[in-house]
Design a protein around this ligand. Structure first.
Ligand SMILES: [Zn+2]
Length: 393
């Protein structure tokens, strides 16, 4: 890893400073720094410097990013979307490795250096998607950090053989075990929770559970997840993704307290279409919450994109954030809060931290969320990896 000197930028919107990088880490931040002879120099031209972003929930394996527009005529139910995707990916002989790499590199161009991606595991595809993401994770190590969640998108107990495939995906190197709607899809909440918590314990891996179930059904699932997390001592190692029920039930404040006490973090996409967990309520209860895009340009949804500033802006809109102290919450949903909850290395702009950072034209992080300006420079592990939206080899 080489060094780097970035002159005249404004870390987090503060006064102009230089950032000196050595061996991939921030060695110093301050005015008028000098670097050893031969160190590459970048002129910051007064641009805002931010830590690189974190994508906390996406599906790299299933994206159609970089392929022609897909005509979406899918029905309105969750099961319609699951089945349409299964059919279409089989029809087009979808290559999860190529798809995932295209999208991961698109994230990098926009300043995201850490991604948690779910990967489908199901009888008709076996562990092919998860294995492809494990290979991509290993190939991009040193440039991006990718976590792979082995995820039973089509159901677990309702699709015999899936549990064994999840076991195999974890043996093949997946980092995290996924779960999905214990009642709504599997129709066996106890059986589903027994299965995923048991398998997670056998492999010593964290859990990340998709929970779309509405209202009291979802709240019941949350209670089961909380009980098992505590019983198994998995505090700090369980994420519940979506948890729409927390935007619906009157007892959400008590559920937020219980989630916080069990060390369970929430991942939210803050979609316009559903009630969502309130960021303020989660934080007020002492809980952890972070953001992700979910699927990007896939058979579920053509609208999302690989830009975490855009996702932070959508979180701000959905949560009615207006004040500066609220906009800061949106920024943290895609930076340090996401890194901590997912177990990624933190990349704050401070001495000793890994040098993953972004330069862009904005006054401060809050304006960056509101405006989402183009990324002028992206640095990962101390190396310039993108300039003005183009990859730097
Ligand atoms: Zn998802």
């Amino acid at each position: 890893m080489t060094g780097l000197l970035i002159r005249d930028c404004r870390p987090m919107g503060g006064p102009a400073a230089d950032i000196l990088v050595a061996a991939g880490r921030i060695a110093a931040i301050g005015p008028g720094l000098s670097a050893p002879a031969g160190t590459p120099v970048e002129e910051g031209r007064g641009l805002l410097a931010l830590p690189a972003f974190v994508e906390g929930h996406t599906h790299l394996d299933k994206t159609l990013w970089g392929t022609p527009w897909w005509v979406n005529e899918v029905g309105p139910r969750l099961i319609d979307r699951i089945e349409a995707e299964r059919r279409e990916l089989a029809r087009r002989d979808h290559d999860p490795a190529a798809a995932a790499e295209r999208l991961a590199r698109a994230f990098l161009l926009r300043g995201t250096t850490r991604i948690r991606s779910h990967a489908d595991v199901a009888p008709e595809i076996g562990t092919r998607h998860a294995d492809a993401l494990v290979a991509l994770r290993d190939a991009l190590r040193g440039t991006m950090d990718i976590q792979v969640v082995a995820f039973p998108q089509s159901g677990l107990l309702v699709r015999p053989g899936t549990l064994d495939l999840l076991d195999r995906a974890l043996r093949n190197g997946a980092d995290i075990l996924g779960g999905l709607d214990p009642s709504g899809i599997d129709r066996d909440p106890k059986g589903h929770c027994d299965a995923i918590f048991g398998l997670a314990a056998r492999h010593g891996v964290p859990l990340d559970i998709h929970l779309h179930e509405p209202g009291e059904l979802g709240a019941f699932a949350l209670e089961l997840i909380i009980e098992r997390t505590l019983a198994q001592g998995m505090q700090g190692r369980v994420v519940v993704s979506h948890a729409f029920c927390l935007g619906e039930v009157a007892r959400a404040p008590a559920l937020h307290e219980a989630l916080a006490a069990a060390g369970i973090a929430l991942a939210t996409t803050a979609p316009p279409s559903r009630p969502v967990p309130s960021v303020r309520a989660a934080r007020a209860a002492g809980g952890r919450i972070f953001a992700g895009n979910d699927g990007i340009r896939d058979t579920w949804n053509p609208n999302n994109g690989p830009d975490m500033l855009q996702r932070a802006w959508l979180v701000a809109l959905k949560n009615d954030f207006r004040r500066d102290d609220e906009m800061e919450l949106a920024f943290r949903m895609v930076t340090d809060w996401a890194a901590a909850a997912c177990g990624f290395e933190a990349c704050a702009l401070a001495e000793g931290q890994r040098a993953d950072l972004v330069l862009l034209e904005a006054e401060n992080p809050l304006e960056a969320v509101a405006v989402q300006p183009p990324r002028r420079l992206v640095v990962s592990h101390g190396r310039v990896v993108a300039r003005d939206g183009a990859a730097v080899p």
